[in-house]
Design a protein around this ligand. Sequence first.
Ligand SMILES: [Zn+2]
Length: 319
Amino acid sequence: MPRFYGFDNQALTRVRAEERQVVREAVGRIRAGQSQAEVAAWMTAEGHRGTMGGEWTSMTLGRLLDNPAIAGLERDPETNELRETGREALITPDEFRWLQQRPGRPGSVRSDQDRAPDYEYLLAGGLVECELCGQRMAGARTGAGTPSYRCQTNFEGRGGCGKVRINASLLEDFVAEHVLGELLRPGAIVALEAARASMSVDADQVCTRIAELEKSRTELAEPYAKGELARSTFVATDRAIGQSLKENRARLRFLEQVVEVPLGGVEDLARWWKHAPHRSKRALVVLLVGKIQVRAARARGVRDVAHRVTLTWRTPGAA
Ligand SMILES: [Zn+2]
């Protein structure tokens, strides 16, 4: 019988520390929203192998994570309930229970078999713009189910031309390649730190602005209650403050996401990028790229991304 990953002996009384670390990080990544396949790919890329020397796959990782022994648990043969064994563990029983119940767990019962898996659009949130009409482009599947970015014919009451569409993975790969190239230039990380610092100041200012808006909204209610302010004036002013609050809060969420990017210690950026959590990658793109403009394809089916895309870099310090 092959050795059980994470343990030194068949009795599972001795943990292998370096393998426990791998399992812990794998579980952490799954908790952060990565799929089992993504985590398996990361394990293999890091040089970790199963106890028989094989590369990790979604299936072999799933088998490991489904085994209660990793949490010092076993199933009662009669009732199938989990009980503690008192042996060594790689993760906590709570973590194990969470893994068993997590949404989207491979092998769990799916309510909708035919539904295409969720696609996380790296460049969502207004980064991509239709060059034809200036409208923002949003993630949407084509009729054939391929993830793409499309000029929105309607966004917050504003209509776009709807004529421009681009394959999502082609655009994302193109942007990633340029972002990584930019980061490998000498001094790039230092410039990035400066841009981030200025965004952090920006975030503080937006915070102050939000507090002021909330205060003026409260103050507005008083003269209205005393009859010193016409209802129409009150409603219009209140609405304007509400809109401004909404915009400032969106800006704050955006800035906070950027300020959170881990910058130091990324030794091999390309390798990091391949397996980094979606959120970190997105924030890094936002930190470097101000705008991505997309033109219509010259002809259907032509995959000439480079000719269709204009990247506008943020100027360090001016962000
Ligand atoms: Zn458009």
